[in-house]
Structure formats: C-alpha cells, structure tokens
Design a protein around this ligand. Structure first.
Ligand code: NAD
Length: 443
C-alpha cells in the first residue's frame, strides 16, 4: 500500500521504516530540512536499537523515501499518518499546533479519497478538529473529496521501538466506519499474523485509551516512589517490598521499580494533558494530580540524599553522573530526571562529570559548552577525581561495576544510586557509603 507519514521523530520514523520493511511504499515528510537531508544520506537523527540498518536497507530498496514536499506526499498516500509532536502547553494541555498544521496541509493538497490516521497522542475530540480543519480547506478549494479521520494511538517504547512496531501487543483502531478499519487491518496484516491484535473501537475511546495506558504506567511508578519514601522512613527496604508484591499476578513485575522519577516525552506530558482534559469537563482528576506531584518531588530526591550526606553546602564539589537519558537504550533527554538534578547541583556550585552511552550529543545540544559540565567518553573516566558517583539511568553497562576499581578512581567514597542497581552491603563491603531509593538502611 502507498503510505505517507507526517513527522519523522521517534514514532514517525520507526512506523514508516517498519511499514516499508514489510513491503509498503512509504514517504516520510518532515518540515525539518536538515533531518530530511540527513535521512536521505543515511544519517539517523535518533538512537533506537536496530533502526539504522533498517532505514538504510529500505531506503536503498526504494520503499522508504524522505521528503519535505507535503503536496507530493499527500498525492502518494492512500493512508496518511500524522505522527508529529504534541508537546505540553503552559497550562499542561497538549499543544495541537503541529497536528492541526498537518491537517491544514492535507486539506490544501488532498486530491483523492484517503484515510487519515492520527498516531500522535492527542486529547479526546482532536479527530473532530482534524476533520473540521481538512473540511474547511477543501471547502475553500470547492472540492468534495471523501476522507476519514481515524485514531490509531502508538504504544511503542523508546529503546525497544522497532521490536514493538514489528511485534505489537495490540493495534488500537478508533474509526467511525468499517471501511477505514478494514483498510488499516490490511496495512497492518503483516504484523498481525499469528493472532488478531486489532482492538477496534470508536474514535474517542481510542484517543482516551492512549492516555489511559500512559497514566496507568505513570501511576505505578509514582505509587512505588511513594512507597519507597515510606520505606526509607520506617526502616524497610523497598527492594524487598517490590519482590514481595511483584509475585502477585494481580500486581505483576513491570513498572514497580522505584527511582529518580519518570521522565521522557510521554508520561509527564500525558498525565498532565489528561488531567487538563478532565478539568475541561468539570472533573478534578485527583489521582492524576497526585501522580504528577509525587513524580515532581521524586525528581528532587537524589539531591535531598546528597544534602543529607554532605549538608547544605555543596560548593566546590565534583560529582560523577552515570546516565543522562531518561531511560536506557535511548538518547532522549526530554523531561529526564538528570536535567532536574543537574540544575540543582549547578545551583549549589557543583561540577558534574557525566557519562551516557548515547545521550552525549543530546546533552551538548541542550546545554552547550559550560564549565560545570564535563561530558566524558567512558563511565570510568567520569569517576576520576569525583567526590561521589550518582547513578541516574539504569544502562546495563552500569549494573556490575568493579567496586574496588571504582573506589580507587573516586576521591570521595560515596554512591548515590538513583535506580537501586546495587546491593548496599556489597558496596559497603568495598568501603563505599551507599544511598539508594527507599532503602531504609540508608537513614
Ligand atoms: P518527535 O518530536 O520525536 O518528532 C516529531 C517530528 O514531527 C519532528 O521531526 C518534527 O520536525 C516533525 N514535524 C512537526 N511539524 C511537522 C509538520 N507540519 N509536517 C511534518 N513534520 C512535522 O516526536 P515523537 O516522540 O515521535 O512523538 C510524536 C507523537 O507520538 C507525540 O504525540 C507523542 O506523544 C506520541 N508518542 C510518542 C512516543 C515516544 O516514545 N516518543 C510513543 C508513543 C506516542
């Protein structure tokens, strides 16, 4: 099938590449000229395991093209995806300007009957706005072209996005007609072979389903962080508690890890946007507000532990930081806990020697050259002469350091473990003080 995708970010690029991989003829459109130029010569703007070779192969095979020419791409697509960003507005609502700009472009250039699929995470009612925007442009052109706007929210996880796209656990399709559902089922058939993963529903329910999924996951994380804070005060170890509850199948093992707070481009903005939508409908979403508030304060917890150890005056200290990305296997630093901590440390006069396996270029882009941040080429290099190590992102390569080497490299002998990667007793046996999240022993 001929497919057009607006937006070549994490969602658009991965979706377009996976659709090309199974044989569809895909054009990806972006307004970012340098991104498109780069993609056309094999430069992938994001780090996502497995993506680079798939983009190159499908591009060379001619099934995956990148363009800034919206008009030609719209003429090409029997199915047109919208996969542009929906960042938070100042009041927490989702900013729809990019989605509606694409709708406007579609309305100005549509020449044939088409299914328009919204993959961006958008508040309930957005499909109606997209439909109205396209219809208004068609009216100006005095054209009567049939089109349908479908909601097909995306559930891929950064860091495992290609796998999620090739092997989705569900394909939610919110549509008002059987014809549109059938068209998307044909498009997704190669990903839907061994059992039917399509969950068809009305458009508004599909739009809400995406927020429900992210809000539920964020709630689990904030719940565990709340519990960790209680554990710390009552002298219990949250890691024992986690193991004690995860074995209950009604609770499960996933997303019950305490830590330095959730970040990324989705959970923070989606929890806020859902709460905002509820408010617009005269409902105060108290649980969602609490999930957000717990997370905000949790992002400051590592700094509290650091001050608990050293006292309020941190000026002149140097800390090693392992991990900048908001989670492992991505270079994405949007709303990352590392950013909150860096600002707090810099505010207190601390210099940071940071290492992240993939986010270095992102850190350079965000922070530029600054004296208080030294970006290192290895985890070991970051430790040199530092007063303490702070672990912020749980990359696999940080899981089993040699604590004897680590102690030699650090000038101060302290670890602040924001992801509970280490056994406190093992670290302490090596002669290093240990602070984790919710590990009651550490008070
Ligand atoms: P992103 O910021 O990585 O990419 C968005 C892209 O859209 C950018 O390259 C931008 O230049 C482009 N763009 C903006 N306006 C455009 C226009 N008018 N025409 C063409 N391109 C345009 O965003 P993302 O992380 O891929 O997220 C996209 C949407 O998917 C968001 O709504 C997000 O909430 C949702 N989502 C993201 C993830 C994720 O893990 N990143 C997962 C599921 C859903």
């Amino acid at each position: 099938m001929k497919v057009t995708i607006f937006g070549t970010g994490y969602v658009g690029l991965v979706t377009g590449t996976c659709l090309a991989e199974v044989g569809h003829d895909v054009i990806c459109v972006d307004i970012d000229v340098s991104k498109v130029e780069g993609l056309n010569i094999g430069i992938i703007p994001i780090y996502e395991p497995g993506l680079e070779s798939m983009v190159r192969d499908n591009h060379s095979a001619g099934r995956l093209r990148f363009s800034t020419d919206g008009a030609t791409a719209i003429e090409h697509g029997e199915t047109i995806f919208i996969a542009v960003g929906t960042p938070p507005d100042e009041d927490g609502s989702a900013d729809l300007q990019y989605v509606l700009a694409v709708a406007n472009t579609i309305g100005r250039h549509l020449t044939q009957s088409t299914v328009i699929v919204n993959k961006s995470t958008v508040p309930v009612g957005t499909a109606d706005k997209v439909r109205a925007t396209i219809a208004a442009e068609l009216a100006i052109r005095a054209l009567d072209i049939k089109f349908e706007v479908v909601s097909n929210p995306e559930f891929l996880k950064e860091g495992d996005a290609v796998n999620d796209c090739m092997r989705p656990d569900r394909i939610v399709i919110g549509a008002n007609s059987d014809g549109a559902v059938e068209q998307l089922k044909r498009l997704y058939a190669p990903f839907n072979r061994n059992h039917d993963r399509v969950v068809a529903m009305d458009v508004r329910s599909a739009e809400l389903t995406k927020y429900a999924a992210n809000a539920m996951l964020a709630t689990k994380i904030s719940f565990m962080n709340e519990l960790a804070n209680i554990a710390e005060r009552v002298g219990a170890d949250i890691e024992h508690v986690r193991k004690g509850i995860g074995s209950d199948p009604r609770i499960g093992w996933h997303f019950i890890y305490p830590g330095a707070g959730y970040g990324g481009s989705c959970f923070p903005k989606d929890v806020q946007a859902l709460a905002h939508t509820a408010r617009q409908y005269d409902y105060e979403a108290r649980l969602l507000n609490a999930v957000e508030a717990v997370n905000e304060s949790q992002k400051g917890h590592l700094f509290e532990l650091i001050q608990r150890h050293y006292g309020a005056d941190l000026s002149g200290k140097t800390f090693a930081m392992w991990g900048l990305a908001f989670k492992p296997d991505t270079d994405d630093m949007r709303a990352a806990p590392s950013r909150t901590l860096l600002q707090q440390l810099w505010g207190a006069g601390v210099e940071v020697r940071a290492y992240d396996p993939e986010a270095r270029h992102e850190a350079e882009r965000i922070f530029g050259e600054r004296r208080e941040l030294v970006l290192c080429d290895s985890a070991f290099e970051a430790l040199q002469g530092a007063d303490a190590l702070i672990v912020v992102t749980e990359w696999k390569q940080f899981r089993s350091p040699d604590f004897t080497d680590l102690k030699l490299a650090l000038s101060g002998k302290v670890i602040f473990d924001g992801r509970n990667l280490y056994e406190p007793t093992e670290v302490e046996r090596a002669g290093i003080s240990y602070y984790g999240i919710g590990r009651g022993r550490s008070i």
